[in-house]
Design a protein around this ligand. Structure first.
Ligand SMILES: [Zn+2]
Length: 464
């Protein structure tokens, strides 16, 4: 699998694409049948390049418009084509959806025209297509033009899941409400029937098979339309439970969210709902600091991807910062969220790679240490958190860092070290005596007269 970025749009190329690109080059490039092995290999590579670039440019059309609308598109290229996930924050308004979808074939047509002009400019001749004597460079340009025109034409067919099908569905349901399904899928069914017949008669079996499958999909949508299913089907109880659990989770009612989700899983839930419930339970476990449980739940999410930051947090909480590190990095690079940058830095600090954490651009050292300690506290590693806190104060002398380290040592039962750090916090300007007095973390330090004296000293310096 190959990953790269174009103008910060992530592109993933799966091995299945190379297979198909090779096959298409094999059947399309006349140079493949040249007697010299070197020429045949060049023809193969040239043809694969054409297929890859054509599909990439088509997908970049979708992605560029998605980006212009402020979404965060991602491209995957596999098998015969690719798909671009717009990653919009909510449902995409219909007109934007239409323009975004149309942009793919339009970019392809543009590339096709450029290739055709290039072919004519270098003195290419149509009539010699298919002959091995056509210069390889001409073969590539002509294949480029033909592939793009065909690919755009195919994609503009008003048949789901092709781009044209998305457009006709969006426009017709916009015009006719739910009756739009009747028109868009009726049209799709007619076209599919025609192309299956054509494909069967002319021996284009692959075309017949694909349009047969898509025609069947159109038939299913039509059947659902006539049954009125899209209106009358009551939601599954598990879906209702998921919605309830998600609301509880958003309101930070973690225990309630967990109870509702677990009850729903105890009954029979559709596969996708089960995955969503597991995903939610994983997040609840992350928030509750139970890394192993979170990993267990995320591992059972089958129908969609789990966010990198969720997996990173789960691994970190489970004590596996080695595994978490690259996930934190990935999560930050995908989102540019400063919180995730500090989690990444915190993970490096826990691994003892403080220098690297410091070199991350825009990472604030106080936030980085805070993130590093928070995970240790959730793991119950209080002494380690305290030691990290001491290290933080040595590096950045700030009262809140000394105070936090004192809390960690107090929870570890190391009273004298906690006292030293409280003194250090006071020295550095800690003044919030009433907060410290009520702080449950300091329970172990609060017995005895020392604490009263310390409180008094911070109060006095606060008055000065
Ligand atoms: Zn497309």
């Amino acid at each position: 699998m190959l990953r790269f970025q174009i103008a910060s749009i992530p592109v993933e190329v799966r091995p299945t694409h190379l297979l198909i690109a090779g096959y298409l080059a094999w059947i399309s490039m006349p140079g493949m049948r040249a007697p010299e092995v070197a020429t045949a290999v060049l023809a193969l590579l040239g043809g694969m390049f054409v297929v890859f670039v054509s599909i990439l440019v088509h997908e970049l059309g979708h992605a560029a418009v998605a980006r212009a609308y402020g979404y965060r598109p991602a491209i995957v290229i596999e098998w015969f084509g690719g798909h671009t996930t717009p990653n919009a924050p909510g449902p995409i308004p219909w007109l934007k959806d239409v323009l975004l979808t149309l942009a793919g074939p339009m970019f392809g047509l543009g590339l096709g025209v450029v290739a055709l002009v290039g072919f004519l400019a270098v003195g290419g001749e149509w009539t010699s297509w298919g002959s091995q004597t056509m210069p390889l460079f001409h073969q590539v340009l002509l294949f480029f033009a033909a592939a793009n025109f065909l690919w755009a034409l195919l994609n503009l067919m008003p048949v789901l899941p092709l781009d044209g099908g998305r457009i006709s569905h969006a426009v017709l349901t916009r015009l006719f409400g739910r009756h739009g399904v009747l028109f868009s899928q009726g049209l799709a069914l007619l076209i599919c029937a025609g192309l299956v017949a054509l494909g069967a008669r002319s021996g284009m079996i692959l075309m017949a098979v694909f349009f047969g499958l898509w025609g069947f999909q159109a038939l299913k949508l039509l059947a659902a339309y006539f049954k009125g299913e899209d209106r009358s089907a009551p939601p599954h109880p598990a879906d209702l439970a998921f919605a309830q659990a998600a609301t509880l989770f958003q309101g930070d009612k973690l225990a309630d969210a967990r109870r509702v989700a677990e009850q729903a899983l105890a009954g029979a839930a559709p596969r996708e709902t089960e995955s969503r419930l597991r995903h939610l339970l994983g997040w609840v476990a992350v928030k509750e600091g139970r890394g192993e449980d979170a990993l267990d739940q995320f591992g059972q999410v089958k129908t969609h991807a789990v966010e990198s930051q969720a997996l990173a947090a789960a691994h970190s909480l489970a004590g596996d910062d080695e595994r978490a590190l690259s996930l934190w990095e990935l999560a930050y690079r995908d989102t540019r969220d400063p919180t995730l940058l500090h989690e990444w830095a915190g993970c490096l600090i826990r691994l003892g790679r403080v220098e690297e954490a410091r070199r991350l651009p825009d990472a604030d050292p106080v936030e980085s240490y805070r993130a590093a300690e928070a995970v240790l506290l959730q793991r119950g590693e209080f002494e380690a958190a305290g030691r990290l806190g001491e290290q933080a104060v040595a590096e950045v002398p700030r009262p809140e860092l000394a105070y936090n380290a004192a809390c960690a040592f107090a929870r570890a039962g190391q009273v004298s070290r906690a006292q030293q750090l409280l003194e250090r916090a006071a020295e550095l300007g800690f003044r919030d005596a009433s907060y410290a007095q009520a702080d449950a973390d300091l329970a172990a330090v609060r017995q005895g007269s020392w604490f009263e004296g310390w409180l008094e000293r911070t109060r006095v310096s606060a008055r000065r």
